[in-house]
Ligand binder design. Structure first.
Ligand code: COA
Length: 216
């Protein structure tokens, strides 16, 4: 059954992707989301109802995160968030100290496999490296092996921590639901020769260290 669903998804992707050149797009511009571009971005890559771009923009202004949008010929074709002060699940916080996190990475079907997601990740990793962050992390669902393959190809460590990713979704009728996704957390070290990320001691567990100890 799963096999059938996967085949069906591939067929849908193939149909959607017709009409878009199937080679890597090189003239992609990546920039931070700004208020005047929210409508265009919302149309191309809709934000979930529980977390509209307008509230994320406020968090960006507060320095908690950056929202990067990939543009191609004036059209938004991908988005990715990098959180500088993410609250990690306990299993992750125990294993790694505060590190920035990539999340809400999304490329619409018709622009996939053209290098857009990789470009967004390049940019986010550069931002983290520019702040002298030692590492960067992300969570990926067990049900998303292709995305995991992309991350592992990019050097995200397969020495993975299992966790349950819980988040709320609201449907068009306004009904709220909590999704619990079995996931793994992958980490990439950003600077060669960086000291291995030590395990956090028991006393430190739960006490979040200052972000500045890992990023400028
Ligand atoms: C994961 C995702 C952001 C990658 O973006 P992208 O622009 O297709 O990435 P790139 O072109 O740089 O790299 C393509 C690789 O991504 C991986 N990939 C993961 N999911 C994919 C998908 N649904 N379609 C195509 N490629 C996918 C594959 O390894 C692919 O390599 P391939 O083309 O050789 O098969 C995009 O597929 C997506 O938005 N998926 C749905 C949302 C999602 O899963 N987000 C990640 C949550 S952790």
């Amino acid at each position: 059954m799963r096999w059938l669903v996967r085949r069906f998804k591939t067929l849908i992707e193939w149909c959607w992707q017709r009409g878009v050149p199937r080679r890597a797009i090189d003239d992609i511009a990546i920039r931070r989301l700004i208020a005047s571009e929210i409508d265009a971005v919302q149309r191309a890559v809709p934000a979930p109802l529980v977390s509209p771009y307008s509230s994320s923009l406020q968090e960006q202004a507060d320095g908690d995160l950056d929202i990067l949008v990939a543009w191609y010929r004036g059209v938004p074709i991908g988005i990715g968030f990098i959180g500088w002060r993410r609250l990690h699940a306990p299993q992750i916080a125990q294993r790694w100290r505060d590190i920035p996190e990539i999340y809400r990475l999304f490329v619409p079907l018709r622009y996939r496999s053209l290098g857009v997601g990789s470009r967004l990740m390049d940019e986010m990793e550069s931002l983290a490296a520019a702040r002298a962050c030692e590492a960067i992390g992300l969570g990926v669902s067990h049900g998303n092996p292709r995305a995991r393959m992309l991350y592992e190809r990019r050097g995200y460590d397969a020495d993975a921590v299992e966790f349950l990713n819980e988040y709320a979704v609201v449907d068009r009728q306004g009904r709220s639901q909590t999704i619990r996704d079995r996931s793994v957390y992958l980490v990439k070290r950003l600077r060669s020769g960086a000291a291995p990320l030590g395990k956090t001691s028991r006393e430190e567990t739960g006490q979040r260290r200052a972000l500045e100890s890992w990023c400028r």
